[in-house]
Design a binder for this molecule. Structure first.
Ligand code: ADQ
Length: 742
């Protein structure tokens, strides 16, 4: 189509050129001919001059004979001799009578007075002629003039021949030009498309790279828009499932995480199923329900062994059974070294800026290596192809990606680091920093909550590893291996299934106040955390203390309920925190209690998610005061729980969530005055403002939900797999991998 248009323009251009050429040529040749004829006439008269002079005025027969002699030249048609007064003295038979001597001489006098020669080219019915007049003088006196008539029809014939030749040349040239154009376009097109194809599959020649980036961006945007339209904008379990089927041919996903989503516990009345208080589980469980597959985890419940089959698997969720949990058993020693020791006394404080010294023991690290291998082996047993999709979760498994890679070189391994990644200087504290980095670089994609964590990770790789950092595409290149490093801000399911059939907000408000022994109109703040020193629970309680100190009107009216799930209690630091929090709560309560009123209500126990959501709905505000937190899902859960668009979120600036939830009241939890001001502002916030802030945060969390989080990672993994398969199929040579594409 495009070539056709180009050829049309080319042919039209050539036709214009041919027409202009034809007119130019005929004009020029005609003027040359006329000048030639004029010259020939002058010469003819000059050569016959003597005869003419001799017979001038003689009997007209002699003069006629002389004129006839002149017309023997094949082109001279006729001749006439005119007296100086304009009388015809003699003429040959063919002389055209309409050109009388008088009229001719008069025109000559008019147009070229005094000139010895003059000519004109009139058109006769028989064709064009050239009529030239040459004056004849005798001894200084004008005798008259000789008029010679040339036949010009040969000029017309030549013009016709020229026209025909030019038309033919035009057709030949147009045909040749069209053919060459078509051939050139076809060859160029083939070259471009194969270059572009190679470029899109990764082997972009340098000059194509900007174009390829644009094409990819565009394709991504279009695909996203298409998907968005198809799914009405929101990510849902169905859309995630469809992404998996569409982009990954429905391949089974294997998740590796330390914590299991369902813990079976022995109780006096039988076996109970518990949902652990873990952000990781909160986020991943809905994803797994949508995708099915296998979740490989530490079997930590007291009834876990009794509930698995002979392959250590159990189908979950109870009653729904949409995926399997594969339990891995750890000895107490292994759990102490790998989980409590290296992961939670070493890596956890290393990655969080919360002023707790990391402890690194080589025995713990040895357990960490062994346990990582144990889990990696379990993953390899659970996969159902040699290129499975494995999602490795968190700091418990920094070494596992490389271990899985060495057994399954074609696996797509997505590692997600749920906690912050500190800067390179801090990572340098860890005696096994290179091993950790190298383990993680076995992944196809390493994901973090924020771009800042990605940058810190890339800087750490740069500082401690032999590799090339591709800053433009945020990737680490080690020989032929390439690991993408990407931010994927985690979130929660939307809508939250725990809210199905939940009590209304007013029921929850009344019920919770009654349970806590508070007045019906009491103002209530809520905090929900694992009891962990990174969550800033002490700072939170101190902020409540400061609030009451600075706002006496709130004493007796405002209470803060803290749900604190015991966590990692085998670690002394956590036990001490537990004691400190309890002591602080008692101290504040002692200070401000009046009658049955207690400002701090500390519930140090695990609550099932439905109960947690009831508290969110009952509260006037939720305070998340983490000193450092990868994301913090409590903030997002509070927003999700408030379908009444009421309640205020007070949020630490040191959480990943603070980047998304900008309509929260963002505070520095260390600054007690500022935090207490925010709490006061929250309690005093007009309903309309609460509604506006909450509405905007709800829109964000609903759109950026956990299905989107997983969907984006899986889509990126799918793109990577497609590229790797293409490279595998077409690059029998090592060239592409040498360029860092494989
Ligand atoms: P966590 O440190 O576990 O997660 P967070 O994101 O706040 O922290 O999630 C805690 C989860 O546990 C929430 O779903 C909450 O409802 C639940 N929970 C807290 N206290 C509870 C209690 N007393 N009883 C019952 N449930 C309770 C890590 C990182 C975070 C990151 C998540 C997900 O530290 O920064 O957001 O992973 O990536």
């Amino acid at each position: 189509m495009r070539a056709g248009r180009f050829i049309f323009v080319l042919v039209a251009g050539l036709a214009l050129l041919a027409i202009a050429g034809y007119f130019g040529l005929t004009q020029t040749t005609r003027s040359w001919f006329e000048r030639d004829l004029e010259l020939r006439s002058t010469l003819a008269v000059a050569s016959a001059r003597q005869g003419l002079m001799a017979n001038w005025g003689a009997a007209s027969t002699r003069l006629s004979e002389t004129l006839t002699d002149i017309t023997r030249d094949e082109r001279i048609m006729a001749a006439a001799a005119c007296s100086s007064t304009g009388e015809l003295l003699a003429s040959t038979d063919a002389y055209p009578t309409q050109f009388s001597c008088r009229s001719v001489l008069e025109r000559m006098q008019e147009e070229s007075p005094g000139s010895p020669t003059w000519s004109m080219t009139p058109e006769l019915p028989s064709g064009p002629i050239h009529l030239s007049v040459t004056r004849l003088d005798g001894a200084g006196d004008p005798l008259g003039a000789i008029v010679l008539v040339h036949d010009l029809s040969f000029v017309s014939r030549r013009e016709a021949t020229t026209r025909n030749l030019l038309t033919l040349a035009f057709f030949v040239m147009a045909l040749a030009a069209s053919l060459f154009t078509l051939l050139a376009v076809r060859f160029a097109w083939r070259g471009w498309t194969s270059d572009l194809q190679r470029a899109l599959t990764g082997a972009a020649p340098r000059e194509f790279q900007p174009l390829v980036r644009d094409v990819r961006e565009l394709a991504k945007r279009l695909a996203m828009e298409h998907e968005r339209e198809a799914w009405g904008g929101l990510w849902s379990p169905d859309r995630l499932r469809a992404t998996l089927t569409q982009h990954l041919q429905g391949e089974r996903v294997v998740i590796l995480a330390n914590r299991e989503p369902y813990i079976h516990e022995k109780r006096p009345d039988g076996v109970a199923v518990l949902h652990p208080a873990s952000g990781l589980v909160t986020a991943l469980e809905p994803v797994m329900r949508a995708c099915s597959g296998v979740w490989v985890a530490h079997g930590s419940g007291t009834a876990d062994r009794e509930t698995v089959d002979e392959h250590d698997r159990v189908r979950v969720p109870p009653g729904e059974e949409s995926y399997s949990v594969r339990r891995v058993w750890l000895s107490e020693e292994e759990e102490n070294g790998y989980y409590y020791g290296f992961a939670n006394e070493g890596l956890w404080p290393l990655c969080h800026v919360a002023h707790t010294r990391p402890v690194f023991r080589s025995e713990d690290y040895e357990h960490y290596v062994r346990v990582n291998q144990k889990f990696a082996d379990a993953v390899c047993q659970e996969v159902d192809s040699d290129d499975p999709i494995v999602m490795v979760q968190d700091y418990h498994f920094a070494l596992a990606p490389n271990m899985i890679r060495s057994r399954l070189p074609r696996a797509t391994i997505i590692s997600f680091w749920h906690i912050p990644w500190p800067n390179a200087e801090r990572i340098g504290i860890c005696p096994w920093r290179e091993e950790l980095l190298s383990g993680l670089l076995g992944s196809s994609i390493v994901g973090f909550h924020t771009q800042q964590h990605c940058n810190n990770f890339l800087d750490s790789v740069d500082a401690f590893m032999e590799s090339r950092i591709d800053r433009e595409s945020n990737a680490v290149v080690q020989g032929a291996r390439r690991t993408l490093v990407r931010p994927y801000p985690i979130s929660i399911e939307w809508p939250v299934h725990w809210l199905d059939g939940a009590p209304s907000v007013s029921e929850a408000r009344a019920g919770v106040r009654a349970e806590l022994g508070l007045a019906k109109d009491a103002l209530l703040g809520v905090g929900i955390d694992r009891l962990d020193y990174t969550k800033g629970i002490e700072e939170r309680l101190s902020a409540v203390d400061t609030l009451l100190a600075r706002h006496p009107d709130l004493r007796g009216k405002f209470s803060f309920v803290q749900l604190a799930a015991p966590s990692r209690t085998k670690i002394p630091m956590y036990r001490e925190l537990n004691e400190r929090v309890e002591a602080l709560a008692s101290e504040i309560n002692a200070k401000w209690s009046q009658g049955s009123y207690r400002p701090i209500i500390l519930l140090r126990s695990h609550h099932e998610p439905a109960a947690v959501f009831r508290y969110y709905r009952a509260a006037d505000l939720c305070y998340v005061s983490s000193l450092h937190d990868g994301m913090n899902l409590v903030a997002k859960e509070f927003v999700a729980a408030r379908d009444d668009e009421r309640g205020v979120l007070v949020l630490s600036q040191f959480t990943g969530a603070a980047r998304d939830l900008t309509e929260a009241l963002i505070v520095n939890p260390y600054d007690l005055r500022q935090a207490s001001d925010a709490l006061a502002a929250a309690l005093d916030m007009p309903v309309e403002e609460q509604r506006e802030r909450m509405r905007s945060m709800r829109r964000l969390v609903s759109e950026f939900n956990v299905y989107r989080w997983a969907g984006k990672m899986l889509a990126d993994a799918a793109e990577l797999r497609r590229k790797e398969r293409l490279v595998g199929r077409f690059s029998s040579s090592a060239v592409l991998s040498r360029r860092g594409i494989a």
